[in-house]
Design a protein around this ligand. Structure first.
Ligand SMILES: Cc1ncc(COP(=O)(O)O)c(C=O)c1O
Length: 423
């Protein structure tokens, strides 16, 4: 059979393929076309129907009615910039959610990280220890200050900063460490805080991906962001809570918070308009963003429960697939599964990138893990960090957005199982 024409419907495609009547979804047809193609047929537009399948995005947002009401209220007041009642309300309520005393909102998570380092007065000659396996903003924020990011390898169990390697990397120039809670699973804060105390190292948590995650510290469950001296969050559109773009610094230290507010707002003298004793930034969040954030925060428990449900469904749907390793779940941690991440191990029949291609062909979007930052052009100096380099090659983030349905998760699992069994 040879066929290269456009196809109008799944039923038409099924008829061309001689499949007889069936459930009629594009996915079914695509699978059949693919099998035919592999067996040597010439269905040249076999790929075409897949474009009409509902694509499953890797991330999505969930904006409810309440968020819309609050943004409308902010619009109605005319306070659309960085003054307005929603900003302090969002700062107070988000800080309280984290278990911190103060919240300083910012334009995005990168600005929050830069502010945290700036209030510590870090600059040239200082070193800040960071995990290499993270989003580039973690290290860039250090570079903005003139300090040097020093990359530390991950531990295999949590994919986060390895406490032993962190301690080994400390030098007299080390002033701070930024601890990232990658993909929603907390880093080993008990071990890291003990090391920080021993070496007088300031800990900043980069909790951009882990709102609401918890770790056991000194016998009590603590939310991420509240354990270090400061914690920084992102509210980018794909994050657990979103304000479009947005960020927040939380801390128990009133002085640091005041200095962060001040630097965030051009470092202007409050009693002397347009007098700026230092170089500050304009890193302010708008009232519109804060209104959206407050609405999201009212739904945070529902959003987090949804994330756990996504993780449960993937764990069940992928159970027993040889060569796929589930994400970390340490007994001392409560992950929020920002992403449902798996490792594609050597005994899986396909490489991580081949599996990505298969999923993409089935209309399923995924993301590889981050490139370790010590391998990126601005930071590459020939350093080798074997654990994170290996994780980065095998790691795959599956669609995990709050709007994903159980049927879509089942479809992802079905495609992965199909690929594993066929190959
Ligand atoms: C670990 C980590 N740190 C920092 C950021 C920066 O946040 P933003 O994009 O809001 O600047 C992100 C995400 O975007 C992130 O994943």
């Amino acid at each position: 059979m040879s066929w290269a024409g456009p196809v109008a419907s799944p039923d038409e495609a099924r008829a061309i393929l001689g499949l007889g009547p069936g459930p009629g979804s594009w996915y079914e047809v695509y699978s059949a076309c693919r099998n035919y193609f592999i067996k040597g047929g010439e269905i040249l537009s076999a790929q075409r129907p897949i474009s009409e399948l509902k694509r499953i995005p890797v991330a999505s947002t969930s904006i409810g009615q309440r968020e819309k009401e609050l943004v409308q209220q902010a619009l109605d007041t005319g306070w659309v910039s960085s003054a307005g009642e929603f900003i302090p309300r969002f700062e107070e309520q988000f800080a309280a959610f984290c278990g911190s005393a103060h919240g300083v909102s910012a334009m995005n998570g990168t600005c929050a990280l830069h502010l945290a380092l700036a209030v510590l007065g870090l600059g040239p000659g200082d070193e800040v220890l960071v995990p290499s396996l993270t989003f580039v903003a973690t290290a860039n924020a250090v570079s903005y200050t003139g300090a040097k990011p020093v990359f530390v390898d991950s531990e295999a169990a949590t994919w986060n900063l390895d406490p032993a390697r962190l301690e080994a990397a400390i030098t007299p120039r080390s002033k701070a460490a930024i601890v990232v809670h990658l993909y929603g699973h907390p880093a080993d804060m008990a071990a890291i805080m003990a090391i920080a105390r021993r070496h007088d190292l300031t800990v900043i948590e980069d909790a951009a991906e882990a709102h609401g995650a918890e770790a056991l510290l000194d016998g009590a469950w603590r939310r991420v962001g509240s354990m270090g001296r400061m914690g920084c969050f992102s509210f980018y559109g794909n994050k657990i809570l979103t304000t479009g773009e947005g960020g927040m610094l939380v801390t128990d230290d009133a002085e640091l918070a005041q200095r962060a507010f001040w630097l965030r707002d051009h470092a202007m003298d409050k009693s002397r308009p347009y007098w700026h004793p230092e170089i500050g930034f304009n890193y302010r969040m708008t009232n519109l963003q804060a209104a959206l954030g407050l609405g999201q925060l009212e739904r945070v428990e529902e959003i987090l429960a949804g994330k756990l449900q996504v993780a449960r469904l993937y764990a069940e749907g992928l159970a027993g697939v040889r060569g796929l390793q589930a994400p970390p779940a340490e007994p001392w941690a409560k992950s929020v599964y920002w992403m449902y991440s798996v490792l594609v191990n050597r005994d899986f029949p396909l490489s991580r990138d081949q599996l990505r291609q298969e999923l993409l062909a089935a209309g399923i979007d995924t993301r590889p893990f981050f490139h370790p930052l010590h391998t990126l052009p601005p930071y590459a100096k020939g350093q080798r960090l074997p654990v994170c380099e290996d994780l980065a090659q095998r790691g795959l983030n599956l669609p995990s957005g709050p709007a994903i349905s159980p049927e879509e998760i089942a479809r992802v699992c079905q495609v992965i199982r199909g690929v594993a069994e066929r190959s």
